[in-house]
Write a protein that binds this ligand. Structure first.
Ligand code: ZN
Ligand code: ZN
Ligand code: FE
Length: 738
């Protein structure tokens, strides 16, 4: 008899029923069980049958499962007379929790089939699809340990659950119109289909509806309706930050956006992330994503989304594109329950909710493409908590992550599990959510941290939380320099543990010298780093304001006369900030590359004040992409580059050409610096990280030059280059300390 242990995403994806069917067809006796961290099979039969069984096991596994490792050992035979699925038995070990999976094609078909008993059921799912992480309390994955435990199965569902020929054999969230959760309109006596029809009526007439989804609420309105979008912007105090748009189907997407095969493969994947696509001139309202060339696009990924677009009622002109933006008040994590929804969404015309609890928040993931490869902007629903593999020791680590775009990481053995997106941890409410999410994920993954890691910044809320947890749990705290953590996360993603030249171009991070860093060149490995170069330092005047108001940065590169000529700001502000700069009042020294982008955007008049993080850089790139000019490579430092911008702007050069020139010169500066470091150090591998490298124009230019010079480039694909990725870098450093 063989004992087979299968490791990987083998829970909640129909793996045990698959094994049972396979065993039956190969005349194998024995059993299969979830062990929490793996699936264990006892298999007994003729040698030939066993061999066929094992090879089929490895190659014909269900579409949503991922086999990472199979261990096989021999045992004496037992008295089996059939093959059975046995109760889950809990054992400790590496844990693989499935992310949430979008509705599959078969379920979508049944959803709109009037003859099916799940016709129009907003929670239809099967072993291949449905929520997982967001409804899971503990491992192993069984109904009683999910928020579906509140909904006892009806007889018909029970029959399917136990029928090995059913698509829903052993499907934990199985339910139907009779026994499943219910949708309703909050504050109104409208339930089920009436609730969906009501929401559709409001949306088609230009209203705003809050809709409870898989990992939190969305705010929805007609994406073609300028006034509806404007009202949503005003209510959310979000003047220009782009909204994501959910399209009914691929053909509606293609009408409004260009779509490559690579982009389509992710857009329509089981993860269904938001993908940033090049806009066409179409019918989407211009205030959905103003001043940039791209649009964040996603497809319906739950049965409820599909019903909102296509419910068979009397409405025939329902829009095929809806704004679907995370339902959260500014600066606070996504709303997940009714009480908070009532408080937060008073401006909505309706709140469409349901009574299945969300146990862990998960915002939509957001993905861009660079050189036709993914470039993750926000790694959350569909991807978290899939671990990243990186050879390491057994120590358990909790890395709290950064302050902006926070995610945290729990690591054990060679596995690094990054959490879903938490958000900007600027206030106590977010800290509370972060703390609770850490507790839930630690429970779920059964990781008791022995070390905590956090950022070096003394005033980050995340640092304060890390200090508190370190004291409470009586475990050591390790602080990791921000940009070093960025580079480590890039090395981890590329499974590279050697020496690299790390280029971290970023917004803001606390430096070893207490100054603001963000345009850094390191020599490093997984244990140490040395800052070998950085961009030329400059003064940031006016504290927090200098991170939003690019004209303040620009002013430190010119005199007042030129600032007036460029109309950087009004006279009073110009004089005020110049006074601060000249007398070194409320100024910090900075090497932030992100701020250099802000300064360039202000000098060119593209964006003088940002209303969201990265706005100036995104708009600068969008304008640069209109330029056809190619400039001769010149080696300049950032002072000289901005000086050149000023000179040429005053000479009347076209803004788009200058925006392009800025990217060209910056790429050349990065390239030249790396080349010098490589010649001196003989290191030939370069890791690019930090939010600035989300700029596909700059990244493309830099990578091309580096590769042409024979250097190996490590870049981000599925781990964000921005602060959403640094928790992994922190965890690697902390683990390596022991
Ligand atoms: Zn399905
Ligand atoms: Zn049922
Ligand atoms: Fe950063």
């Amino acid at each position: 008899m063989l004992n087979i242990k299968v490791f990987g995403i083998v829970q909640g994806v129909g793996f045990r029923p698959f094994v049972k069917n396979l065993a039956d067809s190969h005349k194998i006796f024995g059993n299969v069980a979830n062990r929490g961290s793996y699936v264990e099979i006892y298999a007994q039969g003729a040698e030939n049958d066993l061999n066929n069984f094992i090879s089929a096991l490895k190659t014909q596994n269900p579409p949503r499962s991922t086999i990472l490792k199979v261990d096989i050992s021999t045992f004496p035979d037992k008295n089996f007379s059939d093959f059975q699925i046995i109760e889950s038995v809990h054992e400790k070990g590496d844990i693989f929790v499935s992310p949430d999976i979008s509705i599959c094609e078969k379920c979508a078909e049944e959803l709109f089939n009037p003859k099916n008993r799940r016709y129009l059921h907003p929670f239809i799912n099967c072993t291949a699809c449905g929520p997982r992480l967001t409804i899971l309390k503990n491992m192993p994955y069984d109904r009683e340990r999910t928020s579906m435990n509140d909904f006892p199965m009806c007889d018909a569902c029970k029959a399917e659950y136990f029928d090995k020929n059913s698509r829903r054999f052993d499907a934990q969230p199985i339910c139907c119109n009779d026994c499943g959760p219910k949708v309703y309109i909050l504050g109104k006596n409208l339930r089920g289909h009436d609730a969906i029809k009501f929401a559709r009526k409001i949306l088609v007439s230009g209203g705003i509806v809050a809709i409870k989804g898989i990992g939190g609420f969305h705010l929805a309105c007609d994406a073609h309706n300028f006034n509806a979008v404007e009202r949503l912007r005003n209510s959310k105090t979000r003047p220009t930050k782009p909204f994501a748009v959910m399209f009914r189907n691929i053909s509606a997407v293609k009408r409004e956006c260009y779509l490559s095969d690579a982009e389509k493969s992710f857009l329509d994947s089981p993860q269904k992330p938001i993908v940033l696509l090049q806009k066409k001139i179409g019918s989407i309202a211009e205030n959905v994503a103003p001043n940039i060339n791209k649009l964040g696009v996603l497809l319906p990924y739950t049965p409820l989304h599909m019903l909102i677009f296509d419910f068979p009622d009397e409405i025939s002109d329902f829009p095929d594109a809806l704004i679907m933006t995370s339902g959260n008040p500014s600066g606070v994590p996504i709303t997940i329950d009714d009480d908070a929804a009532i408080k937060n969404f008073d401006f909505c015309d309706a709140i469409l909710s349901h009574n299945r609890q969300i146990l862990l928040r998960a915002d939509d993931s957001v993905m861009d493409f660079i050189e036709n490869r993914p470039s993750m902007i926000r790694r959350s629903r569909g991807f978290a908590p899939l671990p990243i593999f990186f050879s390491s020791n057994k120590k358990s680590v909790l890395a709290i992550g950064g302050e902006l775009k926070n995610t945290f990481c729990l690591a054990k053995n060679d596995l690094f599990y990054a959490s879903p997106y938490i958000g900007d941890v600027g206030n106590l409410q977010t800290v509370e959510v972060l703390e609770k999410s850490i507790a839930r994920m630690s429970d779920l993954l059964e990781i008791e941290p022995e070390i905590i890691a956090c950022d070096l910044h003394p005033r980050y809320q995340t640092t304060i939380l890390a200090e508190k947890l370190s004291e409470k749990l009586k475990i050591p705290l390790v602080k990791v320099q921000h940009h070093y953590a960025h580079i480590l996360s890039c090395m981890a993603e590329n499974n590279f543990a050697g020496e690299v030249i790390g280029v971290a171009f970023d917004g803001t991070g606390y430096g070893l010298d207490g100054k603001i860093w963000g345009g850094e060149f390191f020599l490093c490995d997984t244990k140490n780093f040395e800052r070998v170069a950085s961009i030329k330092s400059f003064k940031q005047a006016g504290g927090d304001k200098s991170a939003r108001e690019g004209w303040r940065i620009a002013l430190s590169f010119m005199n007042l006369d030129i600032a007036r000529e460029l109309r950087l700001a009004d006279e009073k502000n110009l004089r005020g900030v110049k006074f601060l700069l000249d007398n070194d009042i409320n100024c910090v020294e900075s090497t932030s590359a992100g701020r250099i982008f802000d300064a360039a955007a202000a000098i060119l008049g593209v964006c003088k004040v940002s209303s969201y993080e990265g706005e100036a850089a995104m708009r600068l790139q969008a304008i640069a992409e209109r330029s056809e000019r190619k400039f001769a490579a010149k080696s300049m430092n950032t002072d000289e580059i901005l000086g050149e911008m000023i000179k040429m702007r005053l000479a009347g050069e076209k803004i788009c050409d200058l925006a392009k020139l800025f990217h060209d010169l910056l790429a050349e500066m990065i390239f030249g610096t790396v080349l010098g470091i490589s010649e001196r150090s003989k290191i030939k591998t370069v890791a690019l990280s930090g939010g600035v490298f989300q700029n596909s124009l700059l990244s493309g230019l830099v990578m091309e030059k580096l590769r042409f010079a024979g250097l190996k480039v490590l870049r981000h694909e599925l781990i964000p280059a921005n602060d959403g990725g640094i928790c992994i870098g922190q965890a690697i450093y902390a683990k390596n300390l022991v």
